[in-house]
Design a protein around this ligand. Structure first.
Ligand SMILES: C[S@@+](CC[C@H](N)C(=O)[O-])C[C@H]1O[C@@H](n2cnc3c(N)ncnc32)[C@H](O)[C@@H]1O
Length: 277
């Protein structure tokens, strides 16, 4: 354990070095994440409710309505978008590797009598062929993945789309760097976000200029354990996003400032890309 602490303080990790454990699917952490998803005024896990409603309305418009359209929601969380899209007539399949979120989503759709298919699965393992009219990947999830995993996922999305099908995704955009603060901190919690036991958390925020990556790194130390969580993000320019996605064979339809359809200015911290097969 001492070695881990020394390593944390001595070295910054290689870009996209993996975490010690599942973050989204951790028994304790996922409870806090689910609560954050379901809080309409919090944007830690899902966007705030007003933003989600705007996104769903915009996606419906982009698709000329939802009826008879099959939509794949990658990283669907507890199904907030999935339910609103299903209510608009989309036939929705949601995939997420948080068991807690998927269990919640299944129960909620049953209560609301919505016909949504959910899978507890890593979306890097999907294997669909020309099944979907629309694929969505919302809340900057692409840039969390390493370049190799992004290539794998984008190729799988290409295969999953019907000819003419559409991909809608958002990622962090260059202006985000201005608000990202490098820092290090140490704090003690009795029972908090990272563990039900008392713990010390050491945090480091680091910007990797050469590759345009941000890292939020947390070393969580309890009496018995020491785990390191690395949350990576790729910061995109519009050219970089276009290159990465169109390498699969998809073509660019348009860029927007956000996944609510705000016209592209290039000044916002996110960029949304719409692509077609
Ligand atoms: C930032 S949240 C966004 C959730 C949802 N798209 C929204 O905006 O409300 C990321 C979600 O993606 C899921 N996720 C991350 N990586 C995944 C993977 N490789 N396979 C499946 N789900 C994944 C997480 O469990 C989490 O629910």
């Amino acid at each position: 354990m001492n070695k881990k602490i020394i390593d944390f303080l001595k070295n910054t990790p290689q870009v996209y070095a993996e975490s010690d454990g599942a973050f989204w699917d951790d028994e304790h952490i996922s409870k806090h994440m689910l609560a954050a998803h379901l809080n309409p005024d919090c944007d830690n896990a899902s966007r705030k409710q007003d933003g989600i409603i705007n996104s769903v309305n915009w996606i419906e418009k982009l698709c000329d309505g939802g009826s008879n359209k099959k939509l794949l929601d990658l990283g669907c969380g507890p199904g907030i978008y999935a339910e609103m899209l299903a209510a608009k007539g989309f036939q929705v399949t949601g995939i997420d590797f948080s068991k807690r979120s998927i269990d919640y989503a299944v129960e909620s759709s049953q209560k609301k009598n919505l016909d949504i298919i959910y899978h507890y699965q890593n979306y890097l393992n999907i294997d669909y062929r020309e099944e979907f009219d629309v694929v969505i990947l919302i809340y900057c999830d692409l840039g969390v993945l390493s370049p190799e995993n992004r290539r794998i996922l984008l190729n799988k999305i290409y295969r999953a789309l019907k000819p003419g099908g559409m991909l809608v995704l958002d990622v962090f955009h260059e202006p985000y760097i201005k608000s990202f603060e490098e820092m290090q901190s140490v704090s003690y919690e009795q029972n908090g976000f990272w563990s039900p036991e008392a713990y010390v958390v050491m945090q480091r925020n680091q910007f990797y200029e050469e590759s345009n990556n941000t890292l939020e790194q947390y070393l969580v130390i309890t009496e018995e354990h020491c785990k390191c969580y690395n949350i990576w993000n790729q910061i995109y320019s519009k050219e970089f996003l276009e290159k990465e996605v169109t390498e699969t064979g998809l073509t660019l339809v348009n860029f927007f400032d956000d996944v609510q359809g705000k016209e592209y200015t290039g000044l916002e911290e996110t960029i949304c890309g719409v692509f077609r097969k």
